[in-house]
Design a protein around this ligand. Structure first.
Ligand SMILES: O=C(O)CCC(=O)C(=O)O
Ligand SMILES: [Fe+2]
Length: 282
């Protein structure tokens, strides 16, 4: 029997009573999907999954995405990426240090990320938490004057703009890679289709301008909004255990990786699905 335990009222839920390595009925998938739409982030414990099983589970939540920097994937499952600090033969076995800042996945693409699904293969005993914040709850709780600065505005997202600042340890995007992620406009406040609630589409480093504000004023406002939305009452901090599956909806959340003592191994398998239509203004 599926057991759905909310974590914070309407944000986050832990789901028990399901083994994701086994075929799951259509009815159970529907219940998981409904909980996903309602709570924005779901946690499953003690799941023993091969990359193929993770991929099978993931494809129920939208088309699977193969990353534009397709590396650190399984050769027989390019849709499954590895995140890791572990090195073999002098090379990281997965993506090293991704996402250590507040962001929503693929927000800089026309079709933004829907479900990001992470499976803990090796997890440090402490640190390396993933923080996820509730952008619907934060918008609803926001002072009216801040809402007014965002509602009805168009944000211009440009992934290449601050890429080198975000990832100084990585080689710059090649012209071919940059060409795959051209700038895109999205409503700042969007409609979350499954719940009908309003949400904010925010990643400070990729938003270059908002409405008619210049770059500097945009950055100042976006940082204020980020500070509001990431207050503790809107944040779920996931402390990883081996076998955890954590999934979040990028239309109504932001997330951030956190540091850990690198004497520990951290290996996470990861899939990503996308929305099939562009975000709509609320
Ligand atoms: O490593 C993590 O905790 C999360 C990394 C991240 O941003 C992602 O997988 O999208
Ligand atoms: Fe991410």
């Amino acid at each position: 029997m599926l057991n759905i335990q909310p974590i914070k009222d309407e944000f986050g839920a832990e789901i028990g009573g399901v083994d994701l390595s086994q075929p799951v009925s259509a009815e159970t998938y529907q219940k998981i999907d409904d909980a996903f739409s309602r709570y924005g982030v779901l946690v499953f414990r003690d799941q023993d999954l091969t990359p193929a099983q993770l991929s099978d589970f993931s494809k129920h939540f939208g088309p699977l995405h193969v990353h534009h920097l397709a590396e650190n994937t399984y050769s027989d499952h390019p849709e499954v990426r590895v995140l890791s600090n572990v090195k073999k033969k002098g090379r990281y076995i997965g993506q090293y240090r991704g996402g250590h800042y507040w962001h929503a996945d693929l927000i800089f693409c026309e079709l933004i990320g829907r479900a990001t699904i992470l499976h803990g293969v090796e997890c440090p005993p402490e640190g390396g938490d993933t923080l996820v914040c509730d952008m619907r709850g934060a918008f609803e709780a926001m002072p009216q004057d801040m809402k007014d600065k965002l509602d009805g505005k168009v944000a211009h997202h440009d992934h290449a703009y601050r890429y080198n600042i975000l990832y100084p340890e990585r080689p710059p995007l090649t012209p071919e890679q940059a060409a795959k992620v051209p700038p895109v406009d999205h409503p700042m406040v969007c409609f979350h289709p499954q719940s009908g609630r309003k949400s904010i589409l925010l990643t400070v480093p990729t938003i270059r301008t908002l409405g008619d504000l210049n770059e500097e004023d945009t950055e100042t406002l976006m940082k204020e909004v980020e500070a509001f939305c990431t207050q503790p009452q809107f944040v779920y901090a996931h402390k990883w255990r081996k076998g955890d599956v954590v999934m979040w909806d990028n239309l109504c959340t932001m997330h951030s990786a956190t540091p850990f003592d690198e004497k520990y191994d951290r290996i996470i398998n990861r899939t990503q699905t996308v929305y099939e239509v562009r975000p709509q203004a609320a």
